[in-house]
Ligand binder design. Structure first.
Ligand SMILES: NC(=O)c1ccc[n+]([C@@H]2O[C@H](COP(=O)([O-])OP(=O)(O)OC[C@H]3O[C@@H](n4cnc5c(N)ncnc54)[C@H](O)[C@@H]3O)[C@@H](O)[C@H]2O)c1
Ligand SMILES: [Zn+2]
Length: 363
């Protein structure tokens, strides 16, 4: 087992990464203020892991309440959040009852927001079961639900007490979800870690084949990168944390424009990172051969590199409601080469228009 620490003073916490960690209740109980937990999961993960996991916790003396919500991004909303609150209240969950998110990023974001607001805040532990959640969404304390007008528009910063990433759970993941997770892995290489990007170029086939050692290294390196960024800028104030959103302004527009759940989040981010790279290229910041390397790696990870054709006007409208809008100006994460990202509001419309029109797939 590897342990990566997120250093946030009194809110610091460990990320445990390894095989068959779901069977190790002590990793969680040592962080729980009371032997009482509410396990929140979804309708796909429940039949795979809920019963055994709940039994493991019960054997460690934990009184467990389980809440199962429907799977899917389209359920990351107020309605589902309310069913979680209903269950917590019906089962008389208290201030010291720990909410445990067992599932992908949707469950992590929903449960985290529920934990931040139920009784004004209760303990929270992340048990991510998708690659995307293990490398990204379970770490860093961003929690949210979607609004029909935009992704993740309602939420809170709320750090977990611990993250338990059991890599064995990835064996049941559909191949498309593995690729979607790799989009965020590749993102870390692009924004701040060119050596990791090169490692990914050599190991992407092993990752796609779910080689355990390759996956463990990719998860560890991703969590180390994310932990460093979050420790430097927890609440996205200095611009450092915003770099984690490379490709996301475009990606969120794709997700919202097509309707949540049509493209997976990681797929939209992959196409969005290509648009960001091309905007950077139009501004003379990154060379054509580097853009080609980015596209090749994403394609080898079986990710889309062409965005859906929503039309330039619709893209601009959708991006206007992104959270990175400040003083009415859309802010973008661009690349000065592989391994170096920066935040800017100074993007000529011509570069955006050129990148958006050359990056779409015409059918
Ligand atoms: N909070 C953050 O910092 C942050 C960062 C990145 C992404 N996100 C959010 O994360 C979400 C995407 O997360 P995701 O890709 O994990 O999606 P997801 O939670 O929808 O999971 C994908 C699918 O896999 C299923 N699943 C989960 N674990 C499984 C397993 N082990 N075996 C088989 N099936 C399994 C789920 O039921 C779901 O159907 C988006 O809502 C995105 O906004 C949040
Ligand atoms: Zn993301």
């Amino acid at each position: 087992m590897q342990t990566v620490r997120v250093a946030l003073a009194d809110r610091s916490y460990p990320i445990y990464i390894g095989e068959r960690l779901l069977a190790r209740a002590e990793l969680l109980t040592q962080h729980m203020p009371q032997r009482r937990a509410a396990l929140i999961t979804d309708s796909v993960v429940a039949p795979l892991y809920l019963e055994a996991f709940a039994r493991t916790l019960a054997a460690a003396g934990v009184n467990v309440t389980s809440v199962v919500v429907p799977t899917g991004e389209q359920h990351k909303d107020w309605g589902t959040l309310n069913t979680i609150f209903d269950a917590l209240l019906a089962n008389r969950c208290e201030r010291k009852t720990t909410l445990i998110a067992l599932g992908g990023g949707v469950i992590g974001d929903l449960t985290g927001f529920a934990a931040a607001t139920y009784l004004r805040g209760v303990p929270f532990i992340q048990v991510p079961t998708t690659l995307l959640a293990q490398v990204d969404s379970s770490v860093g304390g961003k929690t949210a639900i979607n609004h029909p007008q935009g992704k993740n528009m309602i939420g809170a910063f709320y750090q977990p007490l611990a993250v338990l990433a059991d890599t064995t759970t990835l064996n049941s993941l559909p191949q498309r979800e593995v690729s979607a997770g790799l989009a965020e892995v590749i993102k870390y290489g692009l924004i701040r870690d060119s050596a990791f990007f090169a490692w990914l170029e050599s190991n992407v086939d092993a990752l796609i084949a779910r080689d355990a050692a390759a996956l463990a290294y990719a998860i560890q390196r991703s969590c180390e990168n994310k932990a460093e960024v979050v420790a430097a800028d927890e609440r996205e104030e200095s611009g450092a944390r915003a770099q984690l959103n490379l490709g996301h302004t475009f990606g969120h527009a794709i997700e919202a424009g097509l309707g949540f759940g049509v493209w997976l989040h990681g797929e939209a981010v992959a196409a969005g990172m290509v648009i960001a790279a091309r905007v950077s290229q139009h501004m003379g910041l990154i060379r054509a051969d580097e853009v080609a390397r980015i596209e090749t790696l994403l394609e080898r990870a079986r990710l889309p590199i062409a965005a859906p054709d929503l039309g330039l006007a619709r893209y601009m409208q959708l991006m206007g409601t992104d959270k990175k809008v400040e003083g009415g100006k859309i802010r973008f994460i661009l690349l000065r080469g592989i391994g170096s990202a920066f935040l800017t509001a100074d993007v000529p419309h011509s570069a955006l228009a050129a990148a958006l029109t050359t990056s779409v797939k015409h059918d």
